[in-house]
Ligand binder design. Structure first.
Ligand SMILES: Cc1cc2nc3c(=O)[nH]c(=O)nc-3n(C[C@H](O)[C@H](O)[C@H](O)COP(=O)(O)OP(=O)(O)OC[C@H]3O[C@@H](n4cnc5c(N)ncnc54)[C@H](O)[C@@H]3O)c2cc1C
Length: 432
């Protein structure tokens, strides 16, 4: 009986929701078997914990739903269906009853919860299916990076100096996809609870600094616009600490977080821009900031749960005062004694976006002025930010708390920051 069944393979999409520069697709295409794309959303993402927070708030869920809708349309061109479900067990058994599922391709994620999630999902596949874990595709080839960075703990400047001296950003993968014969997916409807996840009541908020949609096509539009149409990249270093509007920074982070675009594609385009229009300090600085992102990823991969622990990379336990849940709630609701902090927190709650300057200030205020637990702040960002990225979020929170590799607490004078970065109070007035 087994042999009568059609042979297929699964591409499990996670934080790689794009077609270009995606080695999962490239690898699967080489096997010349029809593909089914799958996206799992564990239902616990939407559950609330004791702090009243969930893993994924409405803004990020909307952005993810848009990213999946875009991916689905893109895959349909090749007759590759995208199945979205919260029931991996039911999906694997239903597919296995209909097909011989030969291969399953996915990207490994080494952080604790993400690794656990993979273990659970993969446990539902039998030995009949060969599992192909591919390692994360960062800016550099993993083998080169592993060879170069031997230490477990290393500072950003040590990392930057080494990679700038010895490594080139990897080339992007360009794999022509082939159109496959449509698959018969009758009988699967019962196991897909995708409407529940994809339907979202949230719309793009008014007056947000991030009025863009999720998905590879919007990401590529923004990339092209920021570089070649508006040339804002030429003045990025001067504008990057801005607070209002769409153009003060690249706004690439939400698309990077869901893998709608790869950092290597951004750098490839940046190099093209520099060849055509010349390089300057600003064009370099976009690369410099992307190195921060890469740094946190490599550091997290080498240090496991240290990234999430109360005292992080510090061994001597400093005093760890704790603000109450009531104070936490005031911070969340933008009801503290500081107007600048409140404005930033209001922006985040209303739109899912906050500038880098804002993030540094509200994090510092929560940890060092209100004496709060950095992990609560990080968990709130995780729920709200549309660009939530486990490595950049926890890495930056540890950095501000002073329990990262660079152990100096970063305590900002928020009033001074407001008078410098929001001189005429326009930002505070907008989000008061
Ligand atoms: C407390 C705190 C929490 C943060 N949480 C996140 C998060 O969950 N997800 C996230 O992507 N970034 C996070 N950041 C980093 C940074 O604030 C955002 O990456 C940036 O504001 C995104 O806007 P942009 O794309 O316009 O950035 P740009 O200024 O245009 O920078 C270009 C890219 O460089 C990278 N980058 C810039 N600054 C940093 C940084 N400090 N650390 C790591 N990467 C950086 C991002 O990928 C960004 O898209 C956090 C920063 C702080 C202080």
């Amino acid at each position: 009986m087994q042999n009568d069944k059609e042979r297929i393979q699964i591409i499990w999409f996670r934080k790689d929701l794009r077609l270009s520069d995606n080695d999962l697709l490239q690898a699967a295409m080489q096997k010349k078997l029809p593909c089914v794309a799958v996206f799992y959303w564990p239902s616990h993402w939407l559950e609330t914990n004791t702090l009243g927070l969930s893993k994924m708030g409405g803004h990020r869920k909307r952005f993810l739903a848009e990213s999946l809708a875009c991916l689905r349309t893109q895959l349909e061109t090749y007759n590759i269906p995208l199945l979205v479900t919260d029931a991996p067990e039911d999906l694997s058994s239903t597919l296995a009853a209909k097909y011989v599922v030969e291969n399953l391709w996915y990207h490994e994620d080494t952080t604790f919860e993400e690794a656990q999630e993979a273990q659970q999902v993969l446990s539902f596949w039998t030995n009949e299916t060969k599992i192909w874990p591919l390692s994360r595709k960062g800016l550099f080839l993993k083998a080169d990076c592993d060879r170069l960075i031997k230490k477990q703990e290393f500072s950003f400047s040590a990392f930057r100096k080494k990679v700038e001296k010895y490594l080139a950003v990897r080339a992007t993968d360009h794999c022509p996809l082939t159109v496959q014969e449509p698959l018969n997916l009758e009988g699967l409807n019962g196991v897909l609870r995708e409407e529940e996840f994809l339907e979202t009541t949230s719309t793009i908020p008014d007056d947000t600094a991030f009025p863009f949609r999720g998905g590879e096509l919007s990401a590529l539009d923004r990339l092209h616009g920021y570089f070649f149409e508006n040339h804002h990249v030429k003045s990025y270093k001067q504008t990057r600490n801005g607070l209002l509007g769409t153009e003060y920074s690249t706004k690439f982070s939400p698309w990077l977080a869901f893998g709608n675009i790869s950092a290597a594609t951004i750098v490839e385009t940046l190099k093209k821009y520099e060849r055509e229009y010349g390089a300057n300090e600003s064009t370099y600085w976009v690369y410099f900031e992307l190195l921060w992102r890469e740094y946190f990823k490599v550091l997290a991969e080498k240090n496991g749960t240290t990234f999430f622990q109360k005292y992080g990379f510090r061994t001597s336990k400093q005093s760890f005062p704790k603000a109450s849940k009531e104070i936490f709630q005031l911070w969340i609701e933008g009801k503290t004694e500081d107007e600048f902090v409140n404005a930033n927190m209001n922006e985040l709650r209303s739109t899912g976006w906050m500038s880098n300057r804002g993030r540094q200030n509200v994090a510092s205020y929560w940890i060092h002025d209100l004496q709060g637990d950095w992990r609560w702040g990080a968990a709130y960002f995780e729920m709200q930010l549309i660009d939530y990225d486990v490595h950049s979020n926890y890495g930056n929170w540890q950095y501000i708390a002073g329990i990262g590799i660079d152990g100096k607490p970063k305590h900002f004078d928020v009033q001074q920051q407001a008078s410098y970065y929001d001189k005429n109070g326009e930002f505070r007035a907008r989000w008061s």
